[in-house]
Design a protein around this ligand. Structure first.
Ligand code: 5RP
Length: 238
């Protein structure tokens, strides 16, 4: 089957494929972003028609959209382990590693993904890359002393060979962008991330860093919609 090639149609096509993974009785993680919203838009009518699922949102925006669509939502702690999380990504590589956080929801997205048996990533084919890093890596930091945290991010990155990194404090409408968790984000233009696992491990313990947008060993299924159809790939983790 040939899909229309505009990104919005491809996102909808990936979202429609994701719906085939949803079964009655499932506890779902609901992602954030335009592709995840395309999924919610398709899930809403199914719920109205009798599909019994409950979701936990990864952002205030997703919670609001789920409520509008009549999709039942609950706190993650009430639901416990989830069956499936459906989320988009900013970049996806062939090792199932991701960059997420373009929409600023990386912390909740990662907590929800880590609490799920499966993570299904839905994306149009423009998100698929050979190496992560062209999309600036979002890093969520505590506001207190955020400039000093930025310095630590630079030094840790330099030690791994990423010289000249210039993290940019995310702004929105002329003010510092504040996440749903009250934190700031530095967007870090690495260019090419040579080893996502190594960089992820080095960024996590930095004082002041709350979370980074490298998702390694979390995605279990990729649903990628391109001009020539939809590719579904499963990964088995040992
Ligand atoms: C939000 C995210 C999104 O999944 C990512 O930005 C992709 O968004 P979109 O589906 O709009 O392209 O990580 O924090």
């Amino acid at each position: 089957m040939t899909q229309a090639a505009d990104p919005a149609s491809l996102k909808r096509a990936a979202a429609a494929e994701a719906l085939t993974f949803v079964e009655s009785g499932m506890k779902l993680g609901l992602g954030t972003g335009s592709t995840a919203e395309a999924f919610l838009d398709l899930l809403g009518p199914k719920v109205a028609a009798g599909l019994k699922v409950v979701g936990t949102p990864t952002s205030k925006r997703t919670a609001e959209r789920a409520r509008e669509l009549g999709i039942p939502i609950e706190d993650l702690d009430t639901l416990g382990e989830l069956d499936l999380v459906i989320d988009g990504a900013d970049e996806v590589d062939h090792d199932f590693s991701l960059i997420k956080g373009g929409g600023g929801a990386l912390l909740r997205e990662k907590i929800v993904a880590a609490s799920s048996k499966q993570m299904l990533v839905i994306a149009d084919s423009s998100k698929l890359v050979r190496k992560l890093g062209a999309f600036p890596l979002p890093i969520e930091v505590i506001p207190l002393g955020h400039g000093t945290t930025r310095g630590r991010i630079i030094r840790v990155s330099e030690a791994l060979g990423y010289s000249g990194l210039a993290p940019r404090l995310r702004m929105k409408d002329g003010a510092i962008f504040v996440t749903d968790n009250g934190n700031y984000i530095y967007d870090c233009p690495y260019g090419v991330i040579t080893d996502a696992r190594k960089l992820a491990a080095a960024l996590s313990p930095i004082t002041g860093v709350v979370e980074h947008g490298l998702f390694v060993d979390l995605a279990t299924t990729l649903v990628i919609a391109g001009a020539h159809g939809i590719g579904v790939t499963n990964r088995k983790y040992t």
